[in-house]
Design a protein. Sequence first.
Length: 629
Amino acid sequence: MDNTQIAKKVIETIGGVENVSSVAHCATRLRVMVKDESIINKDAIEDIEKVQGAFFNSGQYQIIFGTGTVNKIYDEVVALGLPTSTKSEMKAEAAKQGSWFQRSIRTFGDVFVPIIPAIVATGLFMGLRGLLGALGLELPEDLKVYSEILTDTAFVALPALVVWSTFRVFGGNPVIGIVLGMMLISGSLPNAWAVASGGEATPQIFFGFIPVVGLQGSVLPAFIIGIIGAKLEKAFHKVVPDALDLLVTPFLTLFIMSIVGLFVIGPVFHVVENYILVGTEALLALPFGLAGFIIGGLHQIIVVSGVHHIFNLLESQLIANTGADPFNAIMTAAMTAQGAATIAVGVKTKSVKLKALAFPAALSAFLGITEPAIFGVNLRYRKPFFLSLIAGAIGGALASILGLAGTGFGITIIPGTLLYLNGQLLQYFFMVAVSFTLGFTLTYMFGFDDDETTSSTKKEDVRPVEAAETGNVVASSVTPETLVSPLVGEVVALENVNDPVFSSGAMGKGLAVKPSEGVVYAPADAEVTIAFETGHAYGLKTPGGAEVLIHIGIDTVTLEGKGFDMKVAAGDKVKAGDVLANFDSSVIEGAGLDTTTMVIVTNTADYTSVDALATGNVAKGDDFLKLTK
């Protein structure tokens, strides 16, 4: 099947030209904005030649073709009549997709996702302190103070972080946002927790009738203040003359929003937030594990709907006010069951292709990202998905009955273990084991019947002959090829990357790096086969035949070249260590994106093994990957 035929088949399976609002592409996937997702033939599209996978995300139907191929398919579908758009236009259009509720929850996610790493780290510190307490170890006074600095700072400053991130999402100046957020928790105001404890601290009365306290631990008021503040700042930019903008706009924004935030929004929405917290705690306190049963059974459906970020708001409130997050354990049960169902499919199927998809997807689930398992395997075969919901409901009920609650949120299952070091570890392992056993057993016994005709049409991998056949010995003379590190930074296992296309292994094996310097070097002598116009991705081919993709950051195609400085073009010959590109991490992170850079061997199938040689921190030129044919 040539590329034109593939393009025609793609258009047919996504519902025809009339079902497409626009199409764009990045280095690896075709991004299609569809009008009606329900008429996409998702089973058929997986079977189209050269398609390596497909999933719906961020309002786009993303079809994975891989480097080089996606450019050709894009040209063909455009020639056949699909309307085009820039990545930024598509991103803006994606933000409009779904109901007002879905868009609101998506905004919650955009605000809270950048904050989660700080909360995760703080939660781990709390877990470690809990472990020391469980072991009966009493810290000296100075170390006790230090431990409180580690565990309390993020929660005290949470409103400032929320205002900062909300300003960023709604187009305001994040620095103005964080200063405004710090005003809400100023040491000059009575501490909210001290007032709530009923001690000597009392609210400060302003103007003789407005009681005001700091907003320590508050989330909803900070979120509302951030939205209004960002919009107000943008409005001032439009009306204030350019010569005065630098002085007048920040002054008026901070002055007006400090008054509105402290004297109106803060008191009103703090009450609303308290009611939400009381309602959440009442739900979680339902008897017989009902809360865990309901939430555990519905959580992965909520993930599919794309509104699961609502939990970020509830979890952050619980952590800030109680120091514990019962939702984490319940969600861990649901995600464990999902991963276990995927393992069952991989074990039972005879299809080499499905096995290769199922096991990496399951590993991704156990590291806290279930989308590859949901969209790549379980939902595709339906029964595994619904049986995993049953297992998740039972596991969630068990989590509630055991009273499990994490010391933080944002990580689950394997990494989430660290949130239960405060005397809950055995109960946590028991809950995970029950959820896994149920998810695996139900799916293996009742949820998946392998299609014998599928595997019979698939070719098994052909490996080099290294043994005697018919009396003749064929000697292997294969010499492994080594790629050196193209970045300076911290090595990240590919399955830990927060993008299902890369973490599932769909693009091939490799490693990722969290860069500490903004330079990308050639990992070997090679020819540049692709230098993406936005500067965020490069394809290389080595003399030994390795096809290597270097993808700087996640979803950085949406920056449309901002922050990237290309040093090479397609067709250039480079030596190992030559500079391919410079990039500005602050620009990437300022847009709320992840700088983690993937180094993928896209023709992994041509090798018997692609092995990691690097761990921890790497420097330019360190041994990175070993490729053996």
